[in-house]
Design a protein around this ligand. Structure first.
Ligand SMILES: [Ca+2]
Ligand SMILES: [Ca+2]
Length: 169
């Protein structure tokens, strides 16, 4: 398993404004996190961010995403991440100005939060639904807290720290 790309809070692309579900940037002790609430915005949009990259040369699927996170205040309960992948090649007939084409969601297991607020932990998400990504594709990875998922029971904000995109090489 090789690390292929580092998804950081500072190289995220964040949807414009809370109404669009944009994760909120939080600076704590001179470090940035992406805050994701435990309820969906307007009951519908889970707070999220995405990363838009080129598929690294030599990539070998299946992909795995290991997400580092911590909780602002929760000391019990579980969280769920939703990860969506979109792969687009030069010949795909898609208007990038008007259309998205993400594959079906990859949900993490309901994962227990650390027993103390602010403590680090991580969760591994298998990206089974990878939109048939191949080297040199444009690749978008959309990460949301599965705020409305029945398994997401922890309260308060989740702070996304970083994620490591790994492949099978
Ligand atoms: Ca929730
Ligand atoms: Ca595609």
């Amino acid at each position: 398993m090789a690390s292929r790309y580092h998804l950081d809070a500072l190289n995220a692309r964040i949807p414009d404004g809370a109404a669009n579900g944009g994760a909120r940037t939080k600076k704590v002790l001179n470090k940035y996190y992406l805050a994701m609430a435990d309820t969906a915005v307007g009951g519908t949009i889970n707070e999220h961010a995405f990363w838009d990259i080129k598929v690294p040369v030599g990539l070998v699927t299946p992909l795995t995403l290991v997400i580092d996170f911590l909780m602002l205040s929760a000391t019990s309960g579980n969280i769920v991440f939703y990860v969506y992948v979109e792969a687009i090649s030069d010949t795909d007939p898609i208007n990038l100005l008007t259309t998205t084409s993400f594959a079906t969601v990859n949900a993490s297991a309901a994962t227990a939060v650390p027993s103390s607020a602010g403590y680090p932990t991580s969760v591994s998400v298998s990206l089974t639904n990878d939109d048939a990504a191949v080297a040199a594709d444009r690749l978008r990875i959309w990460i949301a807290r599965g705020a409305t998922d029945a398994g997401d029971t922890a309260t308060g904000d989740l702070y996304f720290d970083r994620a490591d995109l790994r492949d099978a090489a």
